[in-house]
Design a protein around this ligand. Structure first.
Ligand SMILES: Nc1ncnc2c1ncn2[C@@H]1O[C@H](COP(=O)(O)OP(=O)(O)OP(=O)(O)O)[C@@H](O)[C@H]1O
Ligand SMILES: [Mg+2]
Length: 287
């Protein structure tokens, strides 16, 4: 099982003179169970790409396949979109703006009830997911509008998780959060990926998050996938990163600066501790 894009083209306002080709014949496969980052400069097509995964957008050409679901431009073939949308939960940028009920409980159970779950089961699910996002049950009776920005975002994510999607699509989920809030959010996604077997597809501009949390990278450029590889392969290709003007994560940049000073660390290191140990070894070697 995986998500497969086949020669997918998306054109905004196709019938108008102002038409805009946002995606051009994209081929891409995202494997089940992975935590993939979708990156690339602004306007490269990231949001357009991920909005096809649950058919919020429909391709002009080509298709996207998610297990047994196939989304194409032929309307009558796009059956059962409701079930696809249960399978693929999409968290938009600033999801907290989509909260609308007067209690958190009502907000969270809205999704699962919409997908056919009875009220009692939906309430049980709400109790489960509120804890999953790091808040306790006492929040369920609170008004979502009285919470902090980070808490509101957790509630919005809980609402998506309550429908028990297999795939979670996140469009810039940490935008606007303070560093601690962003870190907690990334830890939550890692837990969902590793312990709850959710496939995660995250659009982001934060290369530290890509480096530390994701296992695959899809680099978009001008409406096409320019590179699709493991995170390690991506950050080892310094020439490519430079040519695409990608901001280097701290560890990669430090290794690069050391290399220029003649201290070459061959291994791919992922933590500061590892990096410090390697530097120490090099220093010892050279006296
Ligand atoms: N609703 C729309 N109508 C017309 N054109 C659009 C629309 N949404 C996006 N576009 C265009 O499609 C292209 C891809 O946009 P998209 O939003 O997918 O980029 P992105 O990579 O998500 O950018 P960002 O990093 O700024 O969020 C851009 O050229 C953009 O101007
Ligand atoms: Mg976008």
């Amino acid at each position: 099982m995986s998500i497969i894009f086949e020669r997918l083209t998306h054109i905004y306002d196709a019938s108008l003179t102002t038409s805009q080709v946002a995606l051009h014949e994209v081929d891409l496969e995202v494997m089940d169970g992975t935590f993939s980052a979708i990156i690339g400069e602004t306007g490269s097509g990231k949001t357009t790409l991920v909005q096809h995964i649950n058919a919020l957008l429909i391709p002009n050409e080509g298709c996207v396949k998610v297990d047994e679901f196939v989304v194409t431009k032929k309307k009558k073939e796009n059956k059962n979109l409701k079930m696809l949308r249960k399978k693929v939960g999409v968290v938009f940028q600033f999801p907290e703006y989509q909260l609308f009920e007067e209690t958190i409980l009502k907000d969270i159970i809205f999704g699962p009830k919409n997908f056919g779950m009875n009220e009692a089961d939906a309430i049980e699910k709400a109790k489960e997911v509120i804890q999953l996002v790091g808040l306790d049950e006492s929040y369920l009776e609170k008004n979502p509008f009285n919470l902090s920005g980070g808490q509101k975002r957790r509630i919005a994510i809980a609402g998506i998780l309550a429908a028990d999607p297999d795939i979670l699509v996140l469009d810039e989920p940490t935008a606007g959060l303070d560093p601690q809030g962003a870190k907690e959010m990334m830890t939550l996604f890692t837990t969902l990926n590793k312990d709850h077997n959710k496939t995660i597809i995250m659009v982001t501009h934060d290369m530290e998050h890509v480096f530390h949390y994701c296992d695959h990278v899809v680099f978009m450029k001008d409406g096409k996938v320019d590179k699709n590889c493991s995170t390690k392969q991506f950050f080892e290709d310094i020439e490519y990163l430079k040519s695409m003007d990608v901001k280097l994560p701290f560890i990669i940049e430090t290794k690069e600066l050391l290399r220029k000073k003649g201290i070459v660390i061959e291994e791919y290191v992922e933590t500061i501790e590892e990096l410090v140990n390697r530097i120490q070894n090099e220093v010892k070697k050279h006296g």
